[in-house]
Design a protein around this ligand. Structure first.
Ligand SMILES: Nc1ncnc2c1ncn2[C@@H]1O[C@H](COP(=O)(O)OP(=O)(O)OP(=O)(O)O)[C@@H](O)[C@H]1O
Length: 277
């Protein structure tokens, strides 16, 4: 459904060039919940901006249902890390959530239903008339999630959406995302620097190398579909998976190659493509 092919992004400054993303290729199937992790500064945000059509890649392309993404595509919603800047402070919660639906020209009665449902789903049924600045950080992020959900996207991209909320709220929001994903059947790409969060949330984890970035490994998370904070995180398999991701990220930081790369190098093969299991 979402295809990233040979994506490269070089930021051109007056003084210097930064090659943020070198060569990224991967596919996200319809209905997948995929987490993306990588060392700090490896280009996760850059990748997401390219995928959502907010930034033009230097080379390569992103396709959504076979159609090249050249601007923000209809059917895609993005939740950013900085909830403080993603809500309009002069609009109350209801109006913030409703705005994209007006732009989508959804009829008034249907808008009302979608906003009510989305706010109830994120536990904010009582906060319709509050303004963002009257809410806690976790509540503001819930509003941003409600706005994305009410839009009924086919694809939801999330860029470290819980980085600025406390641990307890974060755990609640993680469960909320899995709940919404299961109920709505939406395709989710979730960027995080938190390894535990990636393993807990994802059906698949894509591990990126250090900048300039390539895909280091695509790991299937073979944990049961029913997950909860207490039991899933206590499973021996959870510990194994998180240990594996941790090792991969440490190796990425050191700039070490994968086992596959070592085999390629030994065989004299092209050392550019790096894909794991
Ligand atoms: N607008 C810009 N102009 C120039 N360089 C940029 C710009 N935005 C990002 N970069 C550089 O591109 C690289 C990747 O940045 P990006 O923010 O995409 O990484 P990230 O993985 O999201 O980082 P973090 O994990 O710290 O949030 C970094 O070296 C960064 O300095």
């Amino acid at each position: 459904m979402l295809d990233v092919r040979g994506l490269k992004k070089v930021y051109e400054g007056r003084q210097r060039q930064v090659e943020a993303v070198r060569d990224l290729t991967f596919t996200i199937e319809s209905g997948d919940l995929v987490c993306l992790v990588g060392p700090s500064g490896c280009g996760k945000t850059t990748l997401l901006k390219c995928m959502s059509g907010l930034l033009a890649p230097t080379a390569g392309e992103v396709r959504l249902d076979g159609v090249p993404v050249t601007g923000p595509p209809p059917g895609m919603a993005v939740v950013f890390q900085e909830y403080g800047r993603s809500l309009f402070p002069w609009m109350n919660v209801r109006d913030n959530v409703e705005l994209p639906l007006k732009q989508k020209k959804v009829a008034k009665a249907e808008r009302r239903r979608l906003v009510d449902e989305a706010l109830a789903a994120v536990g904010l049924a009582d906060a319709h008339t509050a303004y963002p600045w009257q809410l806690s950080g976790g509540m503001q992020q819930r509003v941003a999630i409600a706005r994305a959900v009410a839009y009924q996207p086919k694809v939801l991209l999330m860029d470290e959406p819980f980085a600025a909320v406390d641990a307890q709220t974060r755990a609640d929001l993680e469960d909320l995302i899995r709940d919404l994903w299961r109920k709505l059947g939406v395709t989710v790409l979730f960027v995080t620097h938190d390894i535990d969060e990636a393993v807990y949330l994802g059906q698949k984890v894509i591990i990126l190398s250090s900048s300039p970035t390539v895909v280091r490994e695509q790991l299937t998370i073979d944990l049961p579909d029913e997950r909860d904070q207490l039991h899933t995180r206590a499973l021996p398999r959870f510990t194994e998976l998180r240990g594996h991701v941790y090792e991969q990220i440490q190796a990425a930081k050191r700039g070490a190659g994968t086992v596959d790369e070592a085999v390629c190098a030994a065989e004299g093969a092209d050392d550019k493509a790096v894909v794991g299991s």
